[in-house]
Design a protein around this ligand. Sequence first.
Ligand code: GLU
Length: 425
Amino acid sequence: MSVVKRTSKNVLLDTALENFYGAAEEMGLEDGLVEILSRPERAICVSLPIAMDDGSIRVFEGYRVQHSTALGPAKGGFRYHPDVNLEECEALGSLMTWKCSLSGIPYGGGKGGIACDPLELSMSEKERLTRTFAARVAPIVGEWEDVPAPDVNTGAQEMVWFMDTISKMRGKFEPGVVTGKPISIWGSKGRTAATGLGVSACIKELLVAQNIPVKGARIIIQGFGNVGSYAAKFMSEAGAKIVGISDVTGGYHAPDGIDVKRAFDHVTNHPKKMLEGFSQPGLKQLSGEEILEVEADVLAPCALEGAVNAKNAGKIKAKYIVEGANGPVTPEADEILSSMGIVIVPDFLANSGGVIGSYFEWVQNLGGYFWTEDEYNNRLMPIMTDNFHRVWNYSKTHGVKMRRAAFLVAIKRVADAVKIRGTFL
Ligand code: GLU
């Protein structure tokens, strides 16, 4: 490969580029395709002036990056977090391209977000922020252009504000402009739980492939938001023992198993949807860091990027890591964990249930269908298990890590699409 490789001071983007170049080199991807796929097709920054409840005006920064539309409309969430920036959206957007490609769904990849602390915003401030964001990115989103979805700190309410703003601006109802909507407004039964269900499917397939009985397998779930809470729920329903859970309020360790239903109800009823104050007999309160180091078969980091890093990787005692979050294991940690013999199921395979579920919602929106939850789940599960085995088998037959295997499979499908479509003019 003779291209000048891009690098970035942003760790997530640098990692995304390094992973891409590494796989591209290994598969002998042509230089022109390497150049095309190492850059986003389009990236926009928008400023969002918001009238705050106290009468002042604050201007927030928002972003939307479309990494690729070779396979179809760009697809990927938008998040609300103080650390959101353009490079992060670029990195996560490229991850969405590989995720959609690997999943076999007809989408490209994108990501967006607003740099803000949602905990400091009132409902009406959040509504104005979301609607202003929708208005500012309106020229580049649409059912066949770019379809956002929930991500960190965004959910059904933000999606419906987004869809409503776009629909009103266009003077027509456009439900498929966004996925992850509430069930009452063209959302899909099953979508909320889809990412967690997919993570649990990967954990189960992994355990079975390694001859570890699912019943009684010890699992740690870091992060108890939309992904982690449902992954914990489905694993515990399958008979696994959830020995640890955590969120920003700390870690909760129960060697004999957390009562997940109780934790779930606790979070649902908590004003800020947190585990804070959760208790059960025999529960030990640990820090968010300590929970990662508990003895277990599988650790599923389901919160933010960089949770497992060079500082704590050496202390992990789980045998397997299933990445429910996007980018939770840094490249240095990946090296350390591999040298310890720990197998990692990569993010864009493990958490792809969310976007596959989004695809189902979009298909129903375009066709005006409303599937039952069983119809939805019965379509999702075989796709997840097939994808897991495709990557697992590729990794075994080619003697590469699962992350590299997933990149090789995903890049090939996108590169073939770029090639056959050709460059414009
Ligand atoms: N935010 C989720 C992800 O990172 C879902 C994206 C989508 O459904 O478009 O996969």
